[in-house]
Write a protein that binds this ligand. Structure first.
Ligand code: 13P
Ligand code: ZN
Length: 258
């Protein structure tokens, strides 16, 4: 069941040190699981504005982490630290339906805008994850790694699995106010450029995938590569990185995009 998987991932985020206090958020489009009985449930809240009009989300249902709720609490009680919401017919508001009126994450504009965009693309992705992985966030404090594809190339070259599992790389979004519609729009623009995962400068990552475990795996793989880079630097040398020829060989062997 999807909510159990969300709780499992929330526990990993805490264990990794990526979820201080209420840091990070998760949403899952659960519309396909909603039955007639659930559809008949009354709203627990007044309709609240999303901040954007998202036409493909009409009538869709989402599990959302609650704003100001902790991942470590969500891990043992997902419905006490998150809620189910449904989008109203005007596509601009949501109402909370279950289990309790827990207000959804402040990053809802980014999450819902991305879900709307995914549906428009015909994408099978239904889960989105925002988290604060230490080493990836640290990289964004240097201009060098914010340059287009510089971090992607470095991370891919640290260990072959990075390109194998994040073959379209990490897109960089310059700093924008957390929870803003501008951040939501920049996130979609970056996903539309074809990247797997989006990096929010000096803040965190945003990943989408078919389910929340796979979204977590993408961030885990990228952050592992960043840790290898930093471990080498801490040992006093610049890591060599895999060569261009080795990267080409890997791409050919696994049919990865060039
Ligand atoms: P919420 O507690 O509202 O989900 O915010 C956490 C966060 O990481 C904001 O970027
Ligand atoms: Zn955040």
């Amino acid at each position: 069941m999807k909510i159990n998987q969300v709780a499992e991932v929330a526990g990993y985020l805490w264990q990794k040190g990526w979820a201080e206090r209420n840091g990070g958020n998760i949403t899952v489009n659960v519309t396909e699981l909603v039955d007639a009985g659930m559809r008949a449930l009354p709203a627990l809240s007044e309709p609240k504005a999303i901040g954007a009009v998202l036409p493909r989300l009409q009538g869709c249902w989402f599990y959302c982490k609650g704003t100001q709720k902790r991942m470590r609490d969500l891990a043992r009680d997902p419905m006490g630290n998150g809620s189910l919401i449904r989008i109203t017919d005007d596509c601009a508001h949501y109402e909370i339906v279950a289990d309790a009126p827990v207000a959804p994450t402040s990053e809802l504009p980014s999450h819902l805008s991305v879900h709307d965009w995914l549906l428009a693309q015909g994408s099978p992705c239904r889960a989105s994850l925002h988290t604060h992985p230490i080493e990836l966030v640290a990289l964004t404090h240097a201009r060098k790694w914010m340059e287009k594809d510089a971090a992607t190339r470095m991370l891919w070259s640290m260990i072959p699995e990075t390109k194998a599992f994040c073959s379209r790389g990490l897109g960089m979004v310059p700093y924008l106010l957390p929870s803003s519609v501008a951040l939501a729009e920049a996130t979609i623009r970056t996903l539309a450029e074809g990247y797997d995962v989006v990096m929010w400068e000096k803040h965190g990552v945003f990943a989408v995938d078919t389910d929340i475990m796979s979204a977590f795996d993408q961030v885990d793989v990228l952050n592992k590569a960043a840790q290898i880079y930093i471990a080498a630097r801490n040992m006093g040398f610049e890591p060599e990185g895999m060569s261009d020829a080795q990267m080409r060989e890997l791409s050919d062997a696994f049919g990865l995009p060039k």
